[in-house]
Design a binder for this molecule. Structure first.
Ligand code: NAD
Length: 541
């Protein structure tokens, strides 16, 4: 019996490797890219630690080379989802009672394995399957995933240490029990780290999970399952269910053991899952915890006092890194008319410099959008703007699907602050810009606040600090992550816990205590040291 109090201090963030030509990390990654490029991985369903093959198959292809099949996967049917519920509940009996320090040790081992042996494997799979370049893969599938593991262990230790005070003759303590049931983790394609975190946060707190990975991120997500196993995660704690989200959501929420959803993805999908869960109320053992981070229409608001060079760089990187497929990507910009021509010129100069293409060529800054549906969506918004009377495509706009799903970094300029692409999420490399009369900055900040249903990220640029203060105040509910003189993307675990409200989610801040708290149900225990034996108040005696 281990009765020591182990300390898990605040970790440092995992350093981002540089991948310079000839460096050990670059050599290892290039070797792994070559190995994975030559393979077609067969991805099974994993339930209770057992691999299951239904023969109902789907394909995973490289977005930047859509004829290149990198994996084939088996899809779950209703029967497999029901089996997963049983396997999860069986694993719950032991895992929910496993000492938390043992759970923490397993999660810390995941971090170490990923920092070493699995680093090139996960980065290569993320590059090939999700079309991220060397740097984007390193910060996502290596560093951020590792940070989530290590920081969550530290935050958990702080939560478990939160205890009520004792009174005279009594001892009080809070037990932080995991939820009484399983958590359904439904994960997006765009971040391997999010896919990992949505399962592993509840799991660290003693829960078990049914994991519905995104079909377009299956390769990296399957390697995550191998990493978990190697780190010592018991069978059945995470059950891996490739297949139809609608089916998995329906079967999972029909179970009385359904205890929560941990979701990241689009607002529409989250709303439908929440509605399904609401229909099951009365049937569940407890009220389910519904946690979701969803869409965004993230903004850059530029005050006339802003540094135009800084604005151009932030707009370019914020809108086009990872092809704009970050929930935080800048997708609308409000800029004073006096600054716009210069900023556009600078952005065009950057666009002329960057190369677009295959992820294995490190000179490419831009790679492909995730799939055909995303390509068509970007294209339709660009065509809509081309034909609209109140908008123009002033930069980029070319879409080429001959080899991969390539969309050029694009700027739509509009005179209509309610133009379609100022309000709707596109999730691609398309930035819509509304130039405004300089003296109208305060009214325009109010317009920015009221334009979109979302509230995820936003940035303000300005050298007039008092004006920046005013804008920050006007936009106080417009973003859960707000940036001053920086792009609205690039949140780092431990530094900027991430999430938004309004139509952008429940704002439980991934990578922080707030999120971990959603996966526990406390029990407070009072122990009276000498129990009273007389019912009378003192003055009655
Ligand atoms: P998506 O909603 O299409 O898919 C997310 C997951 O839900 C996938 O696993 C998908 O298979 C599954 N799914 C789809 N339909 C379902 C249904 N009817 N029932 C149950 N599950 C279903 O989102 P995506 O394209 O993978 O990701 C992009 C979206 O995610 C964008 O809207 C982006 O803003 C959002 N996102 C938000 C954050 C954040 O922190 N707020 C982070 C990353 C991505």
């Amino acid at each position: 019996m281990n009765n020591s109090i182990i300390s898990f201090p605040l970790p440092a963030n995992e350093p981002v490797k540089a991948y310079l030509a000839g460096s050990p990390e670059r050599v290892a990654l290039e070797k792994e890219l070559e190995r994975q490029s030559k393979m077609v991985v067969e991805i099974p369903i994993i339930i209770g630690g057992k691999e299951i093959r239904t023969g109902d198959m789907g394909e995973v292809t490289c977005p930047h080379d859509h004829k290149h099949v990198i994996a084939r996967y088996h899809k779950v049917g209703k029967k497999e989802v029901e089996m997963a519920v049983d396997a999860a509940m069986k694993a719950w009996k032991e895992w929910s009672r496993t000492p938390w320090t043992t759970r923490a040790a397993i999660v810390m081992k995941m971090a170490e394995l990923l920092a070493t042996k699995y680093r090139p494997i996960m980065n290569a799979a993320t590059m090939l399957g999700q079309s991220k370049n060397f740097y984007q893969a390193e910060i996502d599938s290596a560093c951020e995933t590792i940070d989530f593991f290590r920081y969550n262990v530290h935050y958990a230790s702080k939560i478990y240490a939160m205890q009520p005070k004792d009174g005279a003759g009594q001892l009080n303590h809070t037990e932080y029990r995991p939820l009484e049931g399983f958590v359904l983790a439904v994960t997006p394609f765009n971040f391997t780290s999010i896919a990992s975190n949505l399962c592993m946060t509840p799991v660290l707190m003693g829960n078990v999970a049914l994991w519905k990975p995104s079909t377009t991120a299956l390769l990296s997500n399957y390697y995550l399952m191998q990493l978990y196993k190697e780190a010592g995660l018991p069978d059945g704690v995470v059950n891996f269910l490739p297949g139809s989200g609608a089916l998995i959501g329906e079967v999972a929420t029909a179970s009385r053991h359904f205890a929560g959803i941990h979701f990241t993805g689009s607002t529409a999908t989250f709303n439908s899952l929440w509605n399904q869960a609401a229909k099951g109320l009365g049937k569940y053992v407890s009220y389910p915890r519904i946690v979701g981070e969803t869409g965004g229409k993230d903004f850059i608001f530029v005050h006339p006092s802003a540094d135009p060079k800084a604005v151009a760089t932030a707009a370019f990187c914020g809108a086009y890194e990872f092809q704009g497929q970050k929930c935080s990507a800048a997708s609308r910009m409000y800029i004073p008319k006096s600054l716009w021509a210069g900023v556009l010129e600078d952005m065009k100069a950057m666009a002329a410099e960057v190369k677009m293409g295959d992820v294995t060529d490190p000179s490419n800054f831009i790679n492909a959008v995730i799939d055909e549906a995303s390509f068509n969506k970007c294209k339709s918004y660009i065509e809509y703007a081309r034909e609209a009377k109140d908008a123009d495509v002033v930069m980029g706009g070319t879409c080429n699907n001959s080899k991969g799903w390539f969309v050029e970094p694009t700027v739509i300029e509009t005179a209509n602050p309610h133009f379609k692409s100022m309000e709707e999420e596109i999730f691609g490399p398309v930035l819509t810009v509304y130039p405004y009369d300089d003296e109208q900055w305060e009214e325009t900040a109010n317009l920015c606040n009221e334009t979109s249903p979302y509230g995820l990220t936003g940035a303000v640029f300005g050298r007039d600090r008092m004006a920046v203060e005013k804008i920050t105040e006007i936009l106080s509910y417009a973003a859960g992550n707000f940036y001053i003189n920086d792009k609205p993307t690039g949140a780092v675990v431990g530094m900027q816990p991430f999430g938004g409200a309004r139509a952008s989610g429940t704002n439980d801040k991934a990578g922080g205590e707030f999120n971990l708290i959603r996966w526990i149900i406390p029990r407070v225990i009072k122990e009276t040291l000498v129990s009273p034996t007389d019912y009378r108040y003192t003055y009655m005696k």
